[in-house]
Write a protein that binds this ligand. Structure first.
Ligand code: URA
Length: 421
C-alpha cells in the first residue's frame, strides 16, 4: 500500500477500506507518512467528507491507537464541543454526583478563544488537576466525582492529528471532529455520554445542518460501542451565562449551584443534568428533572461542589477576580439583538483569559461580566458589560462593537434539537 494511492483514491471520491485507513494512521504515528502527506489527506477529508462507515472505521482505529481506561464503575460523561462562557461542567459534575451519578472526567485546557475547564478550575487556589489513575478511581469511588487534565496514553493518534489540523485549517471538518471526540470519549471509559453540541458564531460549527450531521454520527458511534449517547444541540451565538473568564466563570458556577444562576445557564444545566441522571438511573427525563431541580435548590449540589474542591486540594473561599473594573455603556435605547460571542471570546483572550499558543500563561482573574443579554431592553448609558482587567487592556470600542442594539429583539432559543433520546 502507498499513501499516494490512498490520497488519489480519496480524490476520486472512492470509499477507503478500514485497512487503508489503518495504514494511514499507523504510518503517520510511526513517521513513515510525513506531515505534508497527512496534511494533503486531511485536507481532502475536509473538502470531500467521509462516509458514515469510514468515520466509524477511523474512530475505531484512533481509539485503538492507545490505552483504553476501565474505571470499574458506571460513569456518565458530559462533553461540550466548546463555546464562550461555557462553564457547565463545573456545575453539572457536582450536581449529578449529588444524586449518586458517578462523574470521572478528563478535560482540556483552553486554546484560542474558547476556555478550558482545567484552566477555570485552576483559578481556585490550590486546586490540583493531575493525579494518578489509582487516585482518580479512588476519588470517584469515594465521592462520586473526579476531574483531571489528560491522563495516560489515550488516543495518541488524535493528539498528533489534532496538532496538524490546528495548522492546516481542518479543525472544522465534521468527520474529523466526530472521530476525534468519539475516540477520546470511548477511550476514557465512560458508560454513558451526553454531548452538548454548540452551534453558532462562537462555536466550532456554525451551521445547523452540519451540527445535526455531526450529532447523528456521534450518537451512532457511541451506541454502536454500547455507550448510550445523547446529543443536545444548543445555541452559541452569544456567551453562555454572564461571565467569560476563568475565575469569573467559577464564581458564576457557584452562584448557579446555589440556585441563583443566569436563566440560560440554569436552563442548560437542568436539561443536560436531567439527561445524565435519566441515563444513569434509567428513569424518565421528567422524573430526573425534578431531582436535579431539587438538588440545585436544597444546597446538595453546592455541598458536593465543596466536597469535590476540597478533595482536589482547592480552597473554594479563595477565588480572586481582577481589581480593576471598567463598565462599558450603551450609546442608545433599544433591545440587544446580538452579542458577538466569537469577538467576546477573542477579547477575553486578549485581556489574558486565554492563550494564543500552548505556552502562553493565562491570567485567571480577568474577563468580562455581561450586564445585558440578547432580548434585554436597554437605555442609553446603561452598562452593557463590565471588564475585569490587570496588565492587559482592550479597546472600549471593540467591546462595544460586540453589541447590536435594535428596536426590538426576542430572547433566542437555547436548546435547538436533541438526537438519540
Ligand atoms: N474537540 C475535540 O476533541 N476534537 C475536535 O476535533 C473538535 C473539538
Amino acid at each position: 500500500m502507498e499513501i499516494l494511492d490512498i490520497i488519489d483514491k480519496k480524490e476520486k471520491k472512492q470509499k477507503l477500506s478500514k485497512e487503508e485507513l489503518q495504514f494511514v494512521i499507523d504510518g503517520f504515528l510511526d513517521g513513515s507518512i510525513k506531515d505534508y502527506q497527512m496534511s494533503a489527506f486531511l485536507t481532502e477529508i475536509d473538502l470531500l467528507g467521509l462516509s458514515d462507515e469510514e468515520i466509524i472505521d477511523l474512530t475505531d482505529i484512533m481509539l485503538k491507537s492507545g490505552q483504553q481506561l476501565n474505571l470499574g464503575v458506571q460513569t456518565v460523561d458530559k462533553h461540550s464541543t466548546g463555546g464562550i462562557g461555557d462553564k457547565t461542567t463545573i456545575i453539572l459534575a457536582p450536581l449529578v454526583a449529588s444524586l449518586g451519578v458517578n462523574v470521572a472526567k478528563m478535560s482540556g485546557r483552553g486554546l484560542g478563544h474558547t476556555g478550558g475547564t482545567i484552566d477555570k478550575l485552576e483559578s481556585i487556589e490550590g486546586f490540583q488537576t493531575s493525579m494518578t489513575l489509582e487516585e482518580f478511581k479512588k476519588q470517584v469511588n469515594e465521592i462520586g466525582i473526579a476531574l483531571v487534565g489528560q491522563m495516560g496514553n489515550l488516543v495518541p493518534a488524535d493528539k498528533k492529528i489534532y496538532a496538524l489540523r490546528d495548522v492546516t485549517g481542518t479543525v472544522d471538518s465534521i468527520p474529523l471532529i466526530a472521530s476525534s471526540i468519539m475516540s477520546k470519549k470511548l477511550a476514557s471509559g465512560s458508560s454513558k455520554i451526553v454531548i452538548d453540541l454548540k452551534v453558532g458564531n462562537g462555536a466550532l460549527v456554525d451551521n445547523l445542518e452540519e451540527a445535526k450531521n455531526l450529532g447523528d454520527i456521534m450518537v451512532k458511534i457511541g451506541n454502536m460501542n454500547n455507550r448510550k449517547t445523547v446529543c443536545v444541540i444548543t445555541n452559541m451565538n452569544q456567551p453562555l451565562g454572564y461571565a467569560v473568564g476563568n475565575s469569573l466563570e467559577v464564581l458564576e458556577s457557584i452562584e448557579t449551584l446555589k440556585g441563583n444562576g443566569p436563566e440560560d445557564l440554569n436552563e442548560l444545566v437542568i436539561k443536560l443534568g436531567s439527561i445524565m441522571v435519566s441515563l444513569d438511573k434509567n428513569i424518565p427525563e421528567e422524573e430526573a428533572k425534578k431531582l436535579v431541580k431539587e438538588n440545585l435548590e436544597n444546597g446538595k449540589a453546592y455541598n458536593k461542589f465543596i466536597e469535590w474542591v476540597n478533595a482536589q486540594g482547592g480552597n473554594p473561599n479563595n477565588i480572586k477576580k481582577a481589581k480593576n473594573v471598567k463598565e462599558i455603556k450603551a450609546l442608545k435605547n433599544g433591545y440587544i439583538s446580538n452579542i458577538n460571542a466569537l469577538e467576546i471570546g477573542k477579547l477575553a483572550r486578549d485581556l489574558g483569559a486565554g492563550r494564543l499558543t500552548k505556552e502562553d500563561i493565562i491570567d485567571p482573574e480577568v474577563g468580562f461580566v455581561l450586564n445585558k443579554k440578547v432580548g434585554d431592553k436597554v437605555n442609553e448609558h446603561d452598562t452593557l458589560i463590565t471588564v475585569y482587567y490587570n496588565e492587559k487592556q482592550v479597546n472600549d470600542e471593540d467591546v462595544l462593537n460586540c453589541f447590536e442594539i435594535t428596536k426590538y429583539s426576542d430572547k433566542p432559543k437555547l436548546i435547538i434539537d436533541e438526537i438519540g433520546v
